[in-house]
Design a protein. Structure first.
Length: 76
């Protein structure tokens, strides 16, 4: 799985980046469990639903939004 980079790993799943050999190609971020990523690496399909973002920038924006949402909920 040389084209898959693990960005994070915890009990709720792992976050992977699909790397490319060209900066013009998309580098999607996928949040799923390691078993699902294994099957993706074998046949290019996921056996279960997963979360996906088109780029690291989109994923990072999602994380910031979630953190802001959590901070607002903690205040209320």
């Amino acid at each position: 799985m040389s084209h898959i980079l693990v960005l994070a790993d915890d009990d709720g799943g792992s976050v992977f980046m699909i790397t490319q050999d060209s900066p013009e190609k998309p580098t999607p971020i996928i949040w799923c469990d390691a078993g699902d990523m294994y099957w993706y690496s074998i046949d290019g399909k996921f056996p279960h639903p997963h979360d996906e973002w088109p780029s690291f920038t989109d994923f990072f924006e999602y994380l910031v939004e979630q953190e802001e949402k959590n901070l607002e909920e903690d205040k209320g």
